[in-house]
Ligand binder design. Structure first.
Ligand code: MG
Length: 341
């Protein structure tokens, strides 16, 4: 550990309002890791790791990785590029652990300079888009109830890739004619996806996310070619280097800090994707307002957002970026602008 920056980390146990089910798993409790970096002036930078077993991480691996990363932190939190280079050298992988440190360093840098992170990047917070609100896989009755509960959100994202996909779509349309996006989390085969395309169109779905397993890029290209609506990928695109093979195959990417490992990598992904005319979405995991607000800093640059992770919690211990009627609002305070509730 350096003389200047002290790192503390703790596991947060978070309950979701409803059991949260997607194509590959279901959970009611989520564990994330809160990271605090304190400098010599006693300013504190916060970050959150939202580890996913799917990407090889657990809260325990995050804590172990943070122990190693703590030995490589820069002395000056403003050395953000150098920080990334060092972390990548010390230990590869562990993207959510590195993302938490990246957020904490940016928070600290912003607090030092007295400006919100998005302002340091020259971004206009009024350009942050509306966020979708996610409806997990469920029975038709519970879907109808969740749609009623999500009344304030103008755009819904529904998880499919279940045995009752048609029933879910119908249950949503029984309740609302809101804009609807679909995320299959890689849960369909090529045949199923192609069969679903006209159904999605009939139900007024405007974006289809990750219809096929992540490695099936040729299948994704085929589905995109046949699809009347844009097809974007999430699990197929973790970091900037994953973008070139996707060009010409799909219509967009979903960026998440827990996959790409840092705010700066997220910015690089946005630039590369836009240079290739790909649509850019920013997404999240189920996490508190610390992680959500870190991701929210880049939203003035993206086309669509799905940052409802904290809104799915029964209790969020932090206050940061908010969703008022679905509209993302970035806090004005320095750094990430997050405080304890
Ligand atoms: Mg997704």
């Amino acid at each position: 550990m350096t003389d200047r920056l002290r790192l503390e980390a703790e596991i947060l146990s978070l309950r979701t309002k409803h059991p949260f089910r997607i194509a590959r798993h279901e959970h009611h409790e989520v564990r994330t890791v809160l990271v605090r970096l304190r400098d010599g002036d006693d300013l504190e930078g916060w970050g959150e790791a939202a580890p996913q077993v799917y990407y090889g991480e657990t809260p325990e691996t995050v804590l172990a990785a943070l122990n190693l990363y703590a030995t490589a932190l820069p002395e000056d939190p403003l050395d953000l590029e150098e920080a990334e280079r060092r972390l990548a050298t010390v230990l590869a992988g562990n993207p959510s652990a590195r993302a938490a440190l990246s957020a904490a360093l940016h928070d600290l840098a912003g607090k030092r300079l007295g400006a919100p992170v998005h302002r340091l990047w020259g971004l206009d917070p009024m350009k942050a888009p509306i966020s979708t609100f996610t409806i997990g896989i469920d029975t038709a009755d519970r879907i109808r109830m969740k749609v009623r509960e999500a009344e304030e959100y103008p755009v819904l994202k529904v998880k499919l890739g279940a045995a009752n996909d048609l029933e879910i779509l119908q249950a949503i349309r029984d309740e609302t004619d809101k804009e609807l996006r679909v995320d299959a989390n890689g849960g369909w085969t090529r045949k199923q996806a192609i069969r679903m395309l006209p159904v999605l169109e009939d139900h007024g779905v405007t974006v289809l996310e990750q219809p096929l397993p992540p490695k099936d890029l040729d299948g994704l290209a085929e589905v995109s070619r046949r699809s009347p609506i844009p097809v974007i990928v999430d699990e197929s695109c973790l970091v900037a280097a994953d973008i070139p093979p996707l060009v010409g195959r799909v219509d967009g990417i979903n960026i998440k800090l827990a996959k790409c490992g840092s705010l700066r990598e997220a910015l690089r992904m946005i630039e590369i994707a836009h240079a290739h005319h790909l649509m850019v979405m920013v997404g999240c995991m189920v996490e508190t307002s610390v992680g959500i607000t870190a991701a929210a800093q880049i939203t003035p640059l993206v086309d669509i957002a799905d940052l409802d992770g904290a809104a799915l919690l029964a209790h969020d211990p932090f206050v940061g970026a908010t969703l008022e009627g679905g509209q993302l609002r970035l806090p004005r305070g320095p750094g990430l602008g997050v405080s304890k509730r």
